[in-house]
Design a binder for this molecule. Structure first.
Ligand code: CAA
Length: 258
């Protein structure tokens, strides 16, 4: 692959968007490569968590590639949005837990990519924003949908309408990021969190993700019923037997992820 680096070790996949000369801007090729890697990881049983970050020290992803976008027709613009929306939905709904390690600019499509991840960890250098209306377009990689769901409608509108860029502290304050670390600690801290998640019943973790994501798109009663079904399903797993036996036996559980 040209623009995406994928490696994995001990159950953790690391995906790096690698176009540092363009601050890791997402062109069609990069979106396709990212989609390919996500599909491959989704099928793998030996990967439980995924960390997505950007190459270099300056940027996570500085948005969709404006150079590529500028001459698009309406139909091509819609196709690009649909491609990115599909890739980002696949990230949001993959069975693994996905952590965005936001190491710098997360603008436009970059902020939207981070929001498709389950958890956002930011370096003190991270900057978030949705600059699209300043380019005469709107956020098109699901930013108008995920941002209000994360930070509320009022704050999302302010960020999108003003294009104000916010730093990691402000992003933390409004609930856009989960934690902030020094740049040199960021990836290690992301791995630490990944390892903590993997020490739990990973099948249950995946079902909890599904319950949260799917439940938020349902009416409340249906969401409760869906949660109850998944809760019941847990009782067919070895991890449930092990987890509860370990508690009762006052020992540490040893989960198998099944
Ligand atoms: N697309 C294409 N190239 C980009 C880019 C982008 N989104 N962001 C940065 N670059 C390129 C620059 O053109 C520059 O290339 P050259 O060296 O060839 O000139 C290189 O990356 C370095 O950038 P700067 O010189 O501009 O670096 P800076 O430190 O002065 O500024 C920045 C950094 C504030 C992030 C600035 O680059 C910037 O504003 N970038 C654009 C951010 C943006 O508007 N993103 C939203 C895109 S639209 C979108 O994402 C739509 C959607 O919903 C998906």
């Amino acid at each position: 692959m040209e623009n995406v680096i994928f490696k994995h070790e001990n159950g953790i996949a690391e995906i790096t968007i690698n176009r540092p000369k363009s601050l890791n801007a997402l062109n069609t090729q990069t979106l396709k490569e990212l989609g390919q890697v996500i599909n491959e990881i989704s099928e793998r049983k030996d990967i439980y968590t995924v960390i997505i970050t950007g190459a270099g020290e300056k940027s996570f992803v500085a948005g969709a590639d404006i150079t590529e976008m500028k001459d698009k027709t309406a139909i091509e613009g819609r196709e690009m949005a649909k491609l990115a929306q599909k890739v980002f939905s696949n990230i949001e709904n993959m069975p693994q837990i996905v952590i965005a390690a936001v190491n710098g600019y997360a603008l436009g499509g970059g902020c939207e990519l981070s929001m498709a991840c389950d958890i956002r960890l930011a370096s003190t250098k991270a900057k978030f924003g949705q600059p699209e209306v300043g380019l005469g377009i709107i956020p098109g990689f699901a930013g108008t949908q995920r941002l209000p769901r994360l930070v509320g409608k009022g704050r999302a509108k302010e960020l999108i309408f003003t294009t104000d860029m916010i730093d990691a502290n402000e992003a933390y304050r409004i609930g856009l990021v989960n934690k902030i670390y020094e740049p040199n600690e960021l990836i290690d801290k992301a791995k630490e969190m990944a390892n903590k998640i993997m020490s739990k019943g990973t099948y249950a973790v995946s079902l909890a993700k599904s319950s949260i994501n799917n439940g938020l798109n349902m009416d409340t009663e249906s969401a409760y019923a869906f949660e109850a079904d998944l809760f019941g399903l847990c009782f067919s797993t070895e991890d449930q037997t092990e987890g509860m036996s370990a508690f009762v036996g006052k020992r540490k559980a040893s989960f198998k992820g099944c």
